[in-house]
Design a protein around this ligand. Structure first.
Ligand code: GLV
Ligand code: GLV
Length: 327
């Protein structure tokens, strides 16, 4: 009988059945600390492995890949895979997979929760209640912005952007989008980025982090938004120039921002961004429901086991690595 492939899983998965399947099919090593492995710890543990199941906190770069010559597959438990140098993996014939689809609705719920919370100033209200600043009912206190009937601009009309657009339609919003290929049935009007920024009351970002999208939201783009606009980011922190965002909020060039992602993560409590007004920050909870995290772990496991069995995994992000392995 062939020896079972060695696999490292970089965190305790909230999915006992997925772990059981891995344990049956592989020689499994699970990182049991709640903190991510350091670069050195990761290299040590993956060094002799054929497969690794990673979180978005693990940097899989050329150095790591070179230190792990037996590695055949990296299964990321996330839809985003900006933590992985995919080109370097492809060059070495290492298959990379992600977990699209299963977290779409959950992440869209989070984007909408942030949009509503920022529009209606929930974080400020809650802080006032707890901080003793809640006075008698005041007709002019903590006034926010209507979501119903407003215009939402979606930057990145993919799976998650499309799910946010469907929610927006339920709130009677007009939807604009900017991006090349909207998902099927995307309910919105395609416009340029400048027009989207100029017309939207709410702007929600749903693009992956790539060299092209890094700091796509910067002083120039915030300046094109309306002064009452609310900015929502559930994608990746690196898409936003946080110095520019802070300045835009301080200067009132936009009304509010709600972020589920920052750069870095975690954002240190003394980061200057947190001193900006009208800012709500959540600690990267976009896909954080029990059911969705279980589905993500199951899907990452499916992808990893398929790859190790010599099959083409369903959610392969680098088909060129598959071609390379077959040559
Ligand atoms: C989470 O941020 C993901 O990419 O799945
Ligand atoms: C507000 O609470 C209202 O009754 O208008």
């Amino acid at each position: 009988m062939a020896e079972r492939p060695r696999v490292f899983v970089s965190r305790t998965l909230p999915a006992p059945q997925a772990v059981e399947r891995l344990r049956e099919a592989t020689a499994l090593d699970v990182w049991s600390s709640p903190r991510p492995p350091t670069v050195d710890e990761l290299r040590e543990r993956v060094a002799g492995c054929e497969g690794v199941l990673t979180m978005l906190t693990e940097a899989v770069d050329a150095r790591l890949l070179d230190a792990c010559p037996k590695l055949r597959a990296v299964a990321n438990m996330a839809v985003g895979y900006d933590n992985i140098d995919v080109t370097a993996a492809s060059e070495r014939g290492v298959l990379v997979t992600n977990t699209p689809g299963v977290l779409t609705e959950t992440t869209a719920d989070m984007a909408f929760a942030l949009l509503l919370a920022a529009a209606r100033r929930l974080a400020e209200g809650e802080a006032a209640v707890r901080g003793g600043a809640w006075g008698p009912w005041d007709p002019a206190w903590l006034l926010g912005h209507d979501v119903s009937g407003a215009t939402l601009g979606i930057v990145g009309p993919g799976r998650i952007g499309g799910a946010v657009a469907r929610r927006a339609r339920g709130f009677g919003m007009r939807v604009l989008y900017r991006g090349h290929q909207p998902v099927d049935g995307f309910p919105g009007e395609r416009v340029s980025l400048a027009e989207l920024l100029g017309r939207s009351d709410f702007v929600s970002v749903h693009v992956p982090l790539t060299p092209e999208t890094t700091h796509m939201f910067n002083a120039a783009t915030f300046a094109q938004m309306q002064p009452h606009a609310v900015f929502v980011n559930t994608a990746r922190g690196g898409i936003v120039d946080q110095v520019a965002l802070r300045e835009a909020l301080v200067a009132g060039r936009i009304a509010a921002a709600a972020l589920d992602v920052t750069d870095p993560e975690p954002l240190p409590p003394d980061d200057p961004l947190l001193s900006a007004p009208h800012l709500l920050v959540a600690p990267h909870l976009g896909s954080a429901t029990r059911a969705t995290r279980r589905r993500m772990a199951e899907l990452a496991t499916d992808n990893l086991l398929a790859a190790l069995a010599g099959e083409r995994p369903e959610h392969l992000v680098n088909p060129e690595a598959w071609e390379r392995r077959r040559r």
